[in-house]
Design a binder for this molecule. Structure first.
Ligand code: GDP
Length: 138
């Protein structure tokens, strides 16, 4: 059994896609074991995306993540990291496969609706960034 962190980003919350995104996880038999809505400060967004500090879009990306509330979730299931990445689709919605969350809801390479951890080590860091053990109903 694996866990991953999912984020519904400010663009998708603002556009009213929470329900459809959560329903997509449920329809695909992914268990949601923790969930909350938070509004990140600039510092908190920078801490979360610290691995991207050197990338040219770091400032824009972290500002975007603070634009409004986000919904963070811990997802659980077999191979859930890869399964969630598959449901999300490619980073750039122009390249995302038909039916994926980013094809359906992203509006640009940055405003791409959802985040999902990309490996077990990043999942552990990202889950710990938002949730303590008592907040995960595994
Ligand atoms: P992901 O794992 O598919 O989310 O993609 P990355 O780890 O490569 O990038 C992290 C996040 O940075 C993406 O989900 C986008 O929100 C944003 N991002 C990626 N590439 C670009 C870019 O070229 N420009 C901008 N402004 N944001 C980007």
């Amino acid at each position: 059994m694996q866990r991953t962190l999912s984020i519904i980003k400010p663009d998708a919350v603002r556009a009213g896609h929470l329900g459809e995104i959560i329903a997509t996880f449920e329809k695909n038999l992914i268990r949601i074991v923790a969930m909350k809505m938070v509004h990140l400060s600039q510092r908190e967004a920078e801490g979360f995306y610290a691995v991207h500090r050197q990338r040219p879009f770091f400032g824009e990306l972290t500002a975007f993540m603070c634009e409004g509330p986000i919904v963070v979730m811990v997802l659980e299931g077999q191979e859930v990291i890869a399964k969630n990445r598959e449901l999300m689709g490619a980073t750039n919605p122009a390249q995302a496969a038909e039916g994926t969350l980013r094809k359906r809801f992203a509006t640009s390479i940055q405003n791409n609706a959802v985040h999902g951890s990309d490996a077990p080590e990043t999942a552990a860091f990202e889950i710990g960034y938002f949730f303590n053990a008592l907040e995960i109903a595994g």
